[in-house]
Design a protein around this ligand. Structure first.
Ligand code: ADP
Ligand code: ADP
Length: 237
């Protein structure tokens, strides 16, 4: 279980990013965080892996609290958290396979992307992940030549390289057409179940959240305004 308790983040300019935000996200489910622009979604997602340090509140994964105090412990905790991004954050001149291999954190690679520097086990793991997202045939393709949906699937495979317990998705479909949106959301929802992953995803499309998420957390002006299963929102809407 990922447990968020009483998170409060005030930016240096006095803007309240989050105010007393609490919720939990369960393994094997997709939690969609929805809300208008400026609601605090990005601040919340970044607080979950401590890219942002909230001044109050805790984030715990299982029985482990994620904190910034001990850099070593934080690194260890972050290894359990994979991330995907709206604009994919791929290294475009590299192949799909090389991008997935970037998910091998931990060791510093002098020449990231040179296949010879990865072990056979890492390479076959990366290929298996590309297979899992339906891109095995595109392993050698430069990611700049892939469609948006394919790029996001490479991003998902990269995020899974460390076998994370949590997958954080920052507006993963905001740059995608409706067809790719459905493909990517289906893959993420299936992965959550197949791998017992805790998925937390920022979305601004309520319809997509209702259709693909199990649990919806609504935020507005830094506060939780809804926290229930997706079916409950359907009845209200
Ligand atoms: P999104 O809605 O996709 O999060 P934003 O335009 O709100 O995009 O934010 C883009 C970036 O600008 C983020 O890194 C965010 O933290 C930062 N940002 C947003 N609002 C402010 C602000 N008032 N002052 C400084 N940085 C901001
Ligand atoms: P969302 O992702 O829902 O669009 P954000 O988390 O980006 O919302 O922003 C929440 C609030 O915090 C907004 O009022 C935004 O302007 C403010 N904010 C975000 N990032 C920064 C920042 N780096 N500096 C100052 N204010 C920020």
């Amino acid at each position: 279980m990922l447990s968020v308790r009483h998170l409060t983040k005030t930016y240096p300019n006095g803007k309240k990013g989050l105010q007393d935000v609490s919720f939990t996200a369960a393994p094997g489910t997709v939690t969609a965080v929805i809300g208008p622009s400026g609601a605090g979604k990005t601040t919340l997602l970044r607080s979950l892996n401590r890219l942002i340090t909230p001044e109050q509140g805790t984030v715990t994964l299982g029985d482990q609290e994620l904190r910034g105090a001990d850099a070593q412990a934080l690194r260890q905790a972050r290894r359990q958290i994979g991330m995907i991004f709206q604009d994919y954050n791929l290294i475009e001149p590299l192949s799909a396979l090389e991008n997935v291999l970037q998910g091998c954190l931990g060791q510093k690679r002098l020449l990231p992307g040179v296949l010879g520097l990865y072990t056979k086990a890492e390479t076959s793991h990366a290929l298996a992940l590309l297979d899992e997202v339906g891109l095995r045939a595109y392993a050698a393709q430069k990611t700049r030549d892939l469609s948006g949906g394919q790029k996001q699937r490479v991003g998902i495979a990269r995020a899974l390289m460390q076998d994370p317990k949590v997958l954080l998705c920052d507006e993963p479909i905001a740059s995608l057409d409706p067809q790719s949106t459905r493909t990517v959301m289906t893959i993420i929802a299936d992965l959550a179940k197949a791998r017992n992953l805790i998925v937390v995803m920022n979305l601004h499309q309520v319809g997509i959240a209702r259709e693909f998420a199990d649990h919806i957390v609504g935020v507005n002006a830094g506060r939780i305004v809804f926290d229930d299963n997706a079916a409950a929102l359907t009845e209200l809407a």
